[in-house]
Design a protein around this ligand. Structure first.
Ligand code: UDP
Ligand code: MN
Length: 325
């Protein structure tokens, strides 16, 4: 009786353990099924990442310097004469926003002043541009006086020459591939103009809009060469071009150390006084679609009237001089 009971217990125990073993085995079987699915998702992700890796490697290969790297962009040195007046900061702001959009541009700002002003110094240091800040005062006898007509004396002469002096001094030991452009602070410049002038060999030329009492002035081009100039006044001048209508290679400036603007040149001959020692008309490189596109305008800014300011000032109610305009 005791033996039978024991056998039964052993049998039940054996049966229960086997059953649990079977259930456990079945559960493992189910889990293996899940694993297979997960492995499939993993494989998929791996192959996707491999594909990505391949395309990224291809992209970096394309960006890596090749055996024949492109030559670096020639620098455009822009020389700008500027002087203290109510609209100065507005002019410099507009100009700097154009230049910020031009790659590889170095701005040489030359103040017509016996010292650098804090307005221009602060402005340039916050401009985000590569720049050089210079100054030289126009001698009194050369300066336009209040009420003088603006054609009486050339403006910005000493300042442009100071910019040239700095370029020659800085490039004494090496002549980088670069071009020099004289940009007055009140003109309007299209971005395309800078790409036209960038690869200048000697002197490149193009039309200037709203100048000389005309819609535009321009060099006239026949068979790729400049043959004469479209201008309303003394077309017989050696180079009847506005300051905004040409650029010179830095190399040419350096190999002609005497070339400069002559402040005593007769009216309208300032540009000629500089260009004459550098090129002939036949050598000029016409840009802007053979000089048929206007990409720069000789705009002029109206002098703001200060009548109310003066009246308020008399009453002690003038604008705060500490607020820079
Ligand atoms: N300029 C200067 N000092 C002056 C007058 C003008 O440095 O006393 C600068 C001016 O800021 C500009 C350039 O010389 O960049 C040409 O001057 P302006 O635009 O008055 O000449 P215009 O357009 O009448 O030829
Ligand atoms: Mn001007």
């Amino acid at each position: 009786m005791r033996l039978r009971f024991k056998l039964k217990t052993v049998f039940i125990l054996y049966f229960t353990v086997s059953l649990f073993g079977l259930i456990y085995a079945l559960m493992q079987l189910g889990q293996r099924c899940d694993c297979a699915e997960r492995d499939f998702a993993k494989d998929h992700a791996i192959s996707r990442l491999r594909g990505k890796r391949h395309s990224l490697l291809e992209q970096t290969k394309k960006l890596e310097p090749t055996k024949n790297p492109k030559p670096p962009l020639p620098t455009i040195y822009v020389i700008t004469p500027t002087y203290t007046r109510l609209v100065q900061k507005a002019e410099l702001t507009r100009l700097s926003h154009t230049f910020l959009l031009v790659p590889q541009l170095h701005w040489i700002v030359v103040e017509d002043s016996p010292h650098k002003t804090s307005l221009v110094s602060d402005f340039l240091s916050h401009s985000g541009l590569a720049f050089t800040h210079l100054h030289v005062a126009t001698p009194r006898e050369r300066k336009l006086q209040e009420g003088d007509p603006n054609w009486l004396k050339p403006r910005g002469v000493e300042q442009r020459n100071e910019g040239l002096r700095w370029l020659r001094e800085t490039n004494r030991n090496r002549a980088e591939d670069a071009v020099v452009y004289f940009a007055d602070d009140d003109n309007t410049y299209s971005l395309q103009l800078f790409e036209e002038m960038r690869w200048t060999q000697r002197v490149s030329v193009w039309p200037v809009g709203l100048v000389g009492g005309m819609r535009y002035e321009r060099p006239v081009v026949e068979q790729g060469r400049v043959v004469r100039f479209h201008t309303g006044w003394r077309p017989s001048r050696p180079f009847p071009l506005d300051m905004a209508g040409f650029a010179v290679s830095l190399r040419l400036v350096l190999v002609n150390p005497e070339a400069r603007f002559d402040g005593d040149a007769p009216m309208g001959f300032l540009e000629s006084s500089f260009l004459q020692s550098l090129v002939t008309m036949e050598e000029l490189e016409p840009k802007a679609d053979m000089c048929t596109k206007v990409l720069v305008w000789h705009t002029r800014t109206e002098k703001p009237k200060m009548k109310r300011e003066e009246a308020m000032l008399k009453q002690g109610l003038g604008s705060d001089p500490a607020i820079e305009v």
